[in-house]
Design a protein around this ligand. Structure first.
Ligand SMILES: N[C@@H](CCC(=O)N[C@@H](CS)C(=O)NCC(=O)O)C(=O)O
Length: 215
């Protein structure tokens, strides 16, 4: 295996980049980070040099390019079977994959109304019915997983499922989306990780402004 290089976008805003980055950090996997900001009106043409989809994140492993956050996380789970990126038990792993896939392909109202923006001062927003439904479904998933695993992470120890939900934890916090104690406990556990703290510290130092994400 060659040295891993992860291409990411602005840490303050790039929710998709946050996922593989926090998983790599939490699992102690060595990688080189290359940040290419995307605050250009029509996309950053520099993305063409490393990203087939013109989006981040992208992982390079020697000649191999892997793109899309979930595909990158699956590749890491293949490469590092001893790191516990997915739960060991087959049924639990299937549930972890289900909630990760649901996160990856769903929650459009929540994503649009509440873009990840770590610098945003905490302030509640009025939630329309679609956002309320997305929030309720996320709270249900977290409650069910944390009751079954007893926490502190969705499946006990930190897995890809937590990486997939990390940006949503940030959105819940900055937009004050729920007062449920389960949300508070899970948020505290996620924010206490070394990975979260390192990413957030870098995010808060950035000065790029992406207008569409400033809600
Ligand atoms: N489904 C993709 C989505 C990636 C994505 O939308 N990335 C955003 C940044 S968070 C991006 O690269 N946007 C740049 C652009 O659209 O120009 C994934 O999971 O990686």
């Amino acid at each position: 295996m060659a040295a891993l290089e992860l291409f990411i976008g602005n840490k303050n805003y790039s929710s998709w980049s946050f996922r593989p980055w926090i998983a790599l950090k939490q699992k102690g996997i060595t990688f080189k980070e290359t940040l290419v900001p995307f605050d250009f009106e029509n996309g950053n043409p520099e993305f063409r040099e490393f990203s087939p989809s013109m989006k981040v994140p992208v992982l390079r492993d020697g000649d191999l390019t892997v793109w899309d956050s979930l595909a990158i996380l699956e590749y890491l789970a293949d490469c590092f079977p001893d790191k516990g990126l997915w739960p060991e038990d087959r049924s639990t792993r299937a549930r972890a994959r289900s909630v990760s896939a649901e996160m990856h392909s769903g929650f459009p109202a929540l994503r649009t109304a509440c873009p990840m923006n770590m610098r945003r001062p905490v302030e509640k927003i009025a939630q329309d019915e679609a956002v309320k439904a997305d929030v309720a479904r996320v709270v249900d998933i977290w409650t069910e997983c944390l009751e079954a695993s007893r926490g502190p992470f969705l499946f006990g120890t930190f897995t890809i499922a937590d990486a997939m939900f990390a940006p949503v934890v940030s959105r819940f916090a900055t937009f004050g989306l729920s007062d449920d104690p389960v949300v508070a406990r899970y948020t505290d556990a996620m924010k206490a990780t070394d990975g979260w703290q390192a990413w957030e510290a870098d995010a808060l130092k950035e000065t790029w402004i992406v207008d569409v994400d400033e809600v």
